[in-house]
Design a protein. Structure first.
Length: 229
């Protein structure tokens, strides 16, 4: 994805929010001049590298899918999930029965496939939104195109345990601005497995982040005040 400057006319004062592709965002955060409103460099780095994020989240006591580097001799039973090690938004994530030669390296991950439903929860520092179940069929990938081009329905959930889990994962990863934590809840066991934390999510009016907080009673004006605080 390319870089984009996203302006919201209803922001307090004459301010704008910057939304860039993940690689550009990582570079710009280290160079941008103040005032800057957005995620800190350290939080971006921890969440951007899934190996680091999984290590931190697992050490904090939360479930993650069984995960191997793409060049590992040991792999989970096929079919499994292959994904880039770095990045967010489910770019490059797919289900496969073998690891192609171009992905047999430390820049890709192979994960056990968990059949269940995906849940996303918005964070803003220590504030937590309402969990939303993503209405894709169990076993299907909630892909980039599903997230941003052909959006499935979303169902709000009253699940305080999952909200608390998202909050504590955000704390473990050092989330310091807006973020979105994604889980997959296994169909049979009902266990929630951490998938990723997007530390620079889309925050527009129609985004999952905005919907999660709106369902929790945080109106758009208050959301925008948060984003530039």
């Amino acid at each position: 994805m390319g870089a984009a400057l996203v302006e919201y006319p209803d922001l307090p004062g004459e301010r704008a929010l910057l939304r860039l592709s993940d690689p550009v965002m990582r570079r710009i955060v280290g160079e941008i001049q103040s005032p800057y409103y957005g995620p800190g460099r350290e939080a971006l780095e921890r969440c951007y590298d899934k190996v680091q994020a999984y290590r931190i989240v697992s050490h904090a006591g939360f479930d993650i899918p069984e995960t191997f580097l793409g060049d590992s001799q040991k792999l989970p039973p096929a079919p499994f999930v292959v994904k880039p090690r770095r990045g967010s938004d489910s770019i490059g994530v797919h289900i496969a029965s073998d690891v192609g030669q171009s992905k047999r390296n430390v820049d890709h991950l192979v994960q056990a496939r968990i059949i269940g439903h995906e849940v996303t929860i918005a964070l803003f520092r220590d504030q937590v939104g309402v969990p939303f179940r993503i209405l894709v069929p169990p076993g299907e990938i909630y892909s980039f195109s599903s997230k941003y081009l052909f959006r499935p329905g979303r169902l709000p959930l009253q699940d305080e345990a999952l909200r608390d889990r998202a909050r504590r994962i955000g704390q473990a990863l050092g989330v310091d601005w807006a973020a979105r934590v994604d889980f997959i809840v296994e169909e049979k066991s009902k266990r929630a497995y951490f998938l990723e934390c997007d530390a620079a999510p889309l925050v527009g009016r129609d985004s999952a982040w905005a919907a999660s907080f709106l369902a929790g009673g945080v109106d758009r004006k208050r959301q925008l005040e948060w984003l530039v605080s």
